[in-house]
Design a protein around this ligand. Structure first.
Ligand code: HEM
Length: 118
């Protein structure tokens, strides 16, 4: 499978889980248009993992401002990471890509942890 297709699969599977998740579902219910959001997230990970995306990006990514209004707490951030890693396993992402993907997740987890509500 091409890496682009694998990234798409992982993101779509992750969102299927996150939307139904008992802890995270209410957060993802805030997203108004998944037909815009999901391709944007796929592009985000393509840029992270492949250094480019072929889709046009409507606006630069701004993780801190996008997550700030969500008032995320630690349990939600931890749960997000668990669900994402589970999705990588389920999609049988190869070891090298998985290692790099998890490294990036940990980088953003650290950044987002500054926003957590007490
Ligand atoms: C390492 C952890 C995370 C990463 C890498 C990540 C990544 C992203 C990215 C790239 C966006 C799009 C930002 C933009 O449009 O500029 C986004 C938006 C969003 N994320 Fe996260 N996220 C993480 C954790 C979480 C958590 C813990 C939650 C909630 C429990 C969450 C809920 C959302 C929601 C609801 C949006 C849409 C915000 C909006 O468009 O108004 N994310 N995330």
């Amino acid at each position: 499978m091409k890496t682009e297709s694998l990234i798409q699969l992982v993101v779509e599977r992750f969102y299927e889980k996150a939307k139904e998740d008992i802890l995270l579902g209410y957060q993802f219910a805030k997203i108004k248009d998944f037909d815009t959001h999901i391709p944007r997230i796929i592009s985000f990970w393509e840029i992270q993992l492949l250094g480019k995306t072929d889709r046009p990006i409507a606006a630069p990514f701004d993780l801190l401002n996008a997550h700030h209004p969500l008032n995320i707490h630690r349990g939600e951030l931890d749960r997000w990471v668990v669900l994402f890693k589970k999705t990588l396993e389920e999609c049988q992402v190869n070891e090298d890509l998985q290692t790099e993907w998890i490294r990036r997740i940990e980088f953003f987890r650290e950044k987002l942890s500054r926003l957590l509500r007490p």
